[in-house]
Design a protein around this ligand. Sequence first.
Ligand SMILES: *Cc1c(COP(=O)(O)O)cnc(C)c1O
Length: 438
Amino acid sequence: MNKEIENIMEEYILLYDIVSKKPVFWISDYKIPFSEVENFDVRMSDIQDAEERLERFKPFLKNEFEELVASDGLIESELTKIKKMEKKLKLKGSLYLKQDNELQVAGSIKARGGIYEVLKHTEKLAFENNLIDEFSSYEELSKEENKKFFSKYTIQVGSTGNLGLSIGIISAKIGYKVIVHMSSDAKTWKKDLLREKGVKVVEYPDDYSRAVEEGRRLSDLDKYSYFIDDEKSLDLFLGYGVAASRLKKQLEAEKIKVDSKNPLFVYLPCGVGGGPGGIAFGLKLLYGDNVHCFFAEPTHSPCMLIGMYTKTYDKYSVQDFGLDNRTIADGLAVGRASGFVSRALIELLNGVYTVTDDELYKYQYELYNSEKIYLEPSACAGFKGVVEVENEERLELYLKNNSKYMKNATHIVWGTGGSLVPEPIRDKQLSIGKNINI
Ligand SMILES: *Cc1c(COP(=O)(O)O)cnc(C)c1O
């Protein structure tokens, strides 16, 4: 470790636990009352604009994907009460799972941001080239001649796996050529599935940030290529943000109150930050101080925690602190946080905590055993947060005199992925979790 890092370590003492891979729970000192937040990087109207765009694409999506016929082209997941898991974890509040693991088309949270950005780019090209106008039904885009038009263009993206799947699947349907730049630790079945869909997969021996960097560079050399930039993209963020108002509708339909006496807690697994960031941002705009958002990261890849806690944002990678970025949670195996997201949330986010691989396996098994729901390991990071927040000591520290309302709390664990994971891999993971005691 160099001098610069040593100095930071001295100033931010929690880093000693972080670099020794001990699970930590950081409650942010930077969060301020919602009414005092002044500089929003994104406004509600930006998220509404994204919602309207997705609405316009519904006829096309319904036309292209069997699984979207029932929902009339809407890509959205269920909010499921998981009573048995709630009992198992001995919670005072109520426990829900937001089932992005079942999100149509891409089987993960990436179906929100990834698909949205590809559609936005497509709409732009389609208007510029008069394939559609403001009076058209977007079903027009399913025509052979239009798909042929898009085949001149390439979409490129860097991915640990799921973003590549989401973008690969939607882009191939529209007609684009697709190149996905992946870290070599991306799961083999994800690479195989992409190749099956006609996607070109390029692998990099280094980690994710390097795959993004190379993808960005190669795409910039080709004027017919568009790069989806997970570390910087506002469109990805907005696509994810749409989840917030949809969740609000689901909570209202379930008659779940959210106010100062009925707090809402949301636990979001975090990789580079776009997914959890967009959702947390959207929720804060809707619920202000009554929603408490926490990010969850692997102990080996706590890039958002380091970036926010030390307010150095994307300056350092976890490797700079001697961590290896190796984890079973491939969706969260990101060494450097998004600078844009970490800054956008610094006054809004309630905290970040870390989980070990063993804890992920254990929660994965417990959920499957009690509810018969399978989540991929990354998607299980939320559960630890609920347990921690309900822990008396932690609560005292966090909520101070508000803890009397904890029995009214609604906890939502964001189940970010899983439905595309092949059966043999699931079985293997579950058998590991069964034998772990934590
Ligand atoms: C990508 C991913 C996340 C986190 O999203 P980021 O935008 O990378 O922070 C969480 N869970 C799963 C399963 C993912 O694939």
